[in-house]
Design a protein around this ligand. Structure first.
Ligand code: B1M
Length: 242
C-alpha cells in the first residue's frame, strides 16, 4: 500500500511506507494518525514489527505519541470531534494488531481485573491500552466498556470477584464519578476486599487519594506495576494470616 502526500501544487505523491527509514516512518504514522488513515496505520505497524520493533515500542512511539499530537490540536480547536474519531479509529487499527503480541508474554496468571470507563465518558483508548498491558502481564481482564454506571461495577464485582477494580475517566466532569463507585463499595462493606486503581489524563495522585482509591496510575505501565505490587501485598497478607 502507498500513502498519498500532498505536493505544493496540490497534486498527491504516493509514498511507499516500507521505503522509509524507521524515523521517517514513525513521523509518517503520526501524520497518518492525525489524518485518520487506518489502513496506513495498520501497514506501518506491521512494517515496524517486521523490522524487529517490540510491540510496546511501536505502541509508545508511533501510536500513543501520534495521539498526543492529535490531543493538542483538539484542545486548541484545530481538530474537531469527527476528525478525532477518525484518528481514534486509526489508532484502534494499530492496537488491534499489537494486542495479541502484548498479551503473548507467557506470563503466569497472577490475578483478575475488571476495568471500565465511568458513566458519562466514552473515551476508551487508554482503558483498552491498560487492559492489553495487564493481559500481557498475566492478569485476566474483564472489560466493562464505556459509560458505566455504578450498578455495572457492582454487578461485575459480584459476578467475577476480581482482585482489582479499575476505573478510567478522561473528562474533568466525569472523574468525580469514580468516588460514587468507591462510596458504594464502602456502603456495601466490600471496599477493603478489592484493590481500586484509577487512571486517566485529568487525574493525579492527590485526586486518587481524595476519592479513596488505592492508587492513581499515570499510564498503562504504571498500572501494571502497581497492580503487581498490590497482588504481592495481598499474597503476603494471606500468608501471614494462614
Ligand atoms: Co475527547 N477530550 N472529548 N474525545 N479526547 C479529551 C480527553 C480532551 C482532554 C481534549 C482536549 O480538550 N485537549 C478534552 C477533555 C477536557 C477536560 O475534561 N478537561 C476532551 C473533550 C472535551 C471531549 C468532548 C466533551 C468533546 C465534545 O464533544 N465537544 C467529548 C466527550 C465525549 C464523552 O466522553 N462524553 C469528547 C469526545 C472524544 C472522541 C469521541 C472524539 C474521542 C474518543 C474516542 C475513543 O476513545 N474511542 C476523543 C479523544 C480521542 C480525545 C483525546 C484527543 C485523546 C484521548 C486518548 O485516547 N489518549 C483527548 C486529549 C488528551 O487526552 N490529550 C481528549 C490516548 C490514550 C492512550 O491516553 O486516555 O490518557 P489516555 O490513557 C492513558 C493514561 O491516562 C492512563 O493509561 C493510558 C495509557 O498509558 N489511563 C489509565 C487511562 N485510563 C486508565 C485507567 C487505569 C489506569 C491508567 O485504571 C487502573
Amino acid at each position: 500500500m502507498s500513502d498519498d502526500v500532498e505536493l505544493e501544487d496540490g497534486a498527491e505523491e504516493d509514498i511507499d511506507l516500507s521505503s522509509l527509514s524507521d524515523e521517517e516512518l514513525v513521523q509518517q504514522m503520526h501524520d497518518d494518525l492525525y489524518d485518520g488513515l487506518k489502513a496506513e496505520i495498520e501497514e506501518g505497524t506491521h512494517i515496524l514489527l517486521a523490522r524487529g520493533w517490540t510491540p510496546d515500542k511501536v505502541l509508545a512511539e508511533a501510536l500513543v505519541e501520534g495521539m498526543r499530537i492529535v490531543g493538542i490540536d483538539f484542545r486548541d480547536g484545530i481538530l474537531f470531534v469527527p476528525e478525532v474519531l477518525m484518528a481514534a479509529n486509526a489508532m484502534k487499527g494499530g492496537m488491534f494488531i499489537l494486542r495479541p503480541l502484548l498479551a503473548e508474554t507467557g506470563a503466569a496468571r497472577i490475578g483478575m481485573m475488571i476495568i471500565g470507563t465511568v458513566k458519562g465518558d466514552i473515551h476508551d483508548i487508554g482503558k483498552n491500552l491498560v487492559g492489553m498491558m495487564m493481559e500481557g502481564a498475566g492478569f485476566e481482564v474483564i472489560d466493562l466498556g464505556i459509560n458505566n454506571p455504578v450498578e455495572s461495577y457492582m454487578e461485575a464485582i459480584e459476578q467475577h470477584q476480581p482482585d482489582i477494580v479499575g476505573m478510567s475517566a478522561l473528562l474533568t466532569t466525569t472523574m468525580p464519578y469514580m468516588k460514587v463507585v468507591i462510596d458504594e463499595m464502602v456502603e456495601r462493606g466490600i471496599r477493603d476486599d478489592y484493590t481500586v486503581l484509577v487512571g486517566g489524563a485529568p487525574l493525579n495522585e492527590a485526586f486518587g487519594d481524595a476519592i479513596g482509591a488505592d492508587a492513581y496510575c499515570r499510564d498503562a505501565a504504571v498500572a501494571v506495576e502497581t497492580a503487581k505490587e498490590f497482588m504481592a501485598r495481598r499474597h503476603n497478607q494471606l500468608a501471614a494470616t494462614a
